[in-house]
Design a protein around this ligand. Sequence first.
Ligand SMILES: NC(=O)c1ccc[n+]([C@@H]2O[C@H](COP(=O)([O-])OP(=O)(O)OC[C@H]3O[C@@H](n4cnc5c(N)ncnc54)[C@H](OP(=O)(O)O)[C@@H]3O)[C@@H](O)[C@H]2O)c1
Length: 326
Amino acid sequence: MSKLVTIYGGSGFVGRYIARRMAQRGWRVRVAVRRPNEAHFVRPYGVVGQVEPVMCNIRDDESVRLVMQGADAVVNCVGTFDARGKNNFDAVQHLGAERIARIAAELGVSRLVHLSAIGADANGASMYARSKGLGEDGILASVPGAVILRPSVVFGSEDAFFNRFGAMARLTPVIPLFGADTMFQPVYVDDVADAAAKAADGEVEGGIYELGGPDIATFRELIHEMLTVIRRRRLVVGFPLWMGRIMGRIFGALNFVTGGLAPAPITYDQALQLASDNVVSDDAKTFADLGITPTDMEAVLPSYLWMYRPDGQYNEITKSAERFKS
Ligand SMILES: NC(=O)c1ccc[n+]([C@@H]2O[C@H](COP(=O)([O-])OP(=O)(O)OC[C@H]3O[C@@H](n4cnc5c(N)ncnc54)[C@H](OP(=O)(O)O)[C@@H]3O)[C@@H](O)[C@H]2O)c1
């Protein structure tokens, strides 16, 4: 019988790539999520029955225990950007992570891989950073040999970063940015999945690894790079972070009173997060320690951002037809 991995959050952006990598390595994969009915797309990653979505809520002990039964390895990639509601930072990224590790220790599953984030710090300024830091502490308290992966911003066809700004560029001539000078080190989603799969397969020493790609750039430079790929000219206007914090408070209040109907382009917590650079620190263990060469953004961005070009997939044809116009 092949080995079994339970991937909490295995239908999410990063989780689905890990599920695919584990299936390719011959593992049986249990994708544990709240809405398994919306996760059927993971089934074809393996042969019939190899990859199965199952229902689980990491906010509940019994639910976590049930889907971990018989597992040889566990990967946790549940995360949230929600400061409020039941599935908030603390419930998911701190208590949920802690719960998974505690139950893994009870069931004797020593191979645990946890997705955290650069900047995780139990004493950090933002709730996001604190919940990630407390989550890491909870993981290591129960499973000291766990592998913790801290990516910078992750890119890939389903990402929430370039897709968000690509969609914005289609609608507006001006792109407002808070924290335009904050540095990022974008990392390709399948490289993160490669690292997680190696760790789940026992090929990696326990510890904390910070994952960043080959390019380090400011937020503003990344948006310009995206605009070049989508062949649009837009005015990128930077605003100071103090203004972001005020706007975050106002949008947060509006969002609250309208029951979530008014979208918040920036939250107070995001403005706090943007105050720190999101790059791999000098003394961290990295991709080099995992034997992985990270992928260039340039090689991947055009493969999915084409949809934001003025004529979408027909942009190349339109361009080549221009010389016949006169
Ligand atoms: N994406 C990035 O740029 C980035 C950067 C740094 C770190 N990270 C970290 O990497 C991890 C993966 O991120 P992602 O972008 O893949 O997140 P995502 O796309 O939002 O996926 C979250 C997954 O978790 C599941 N989930 C949410 N709440 C749950 C709960 N209470 N119980 C069980 N499952 C739950 C979701 O499915 P259901 O909704 O069906 O439950 C989904 O499968 C997170 O820890 C994130 O903080 C991501």
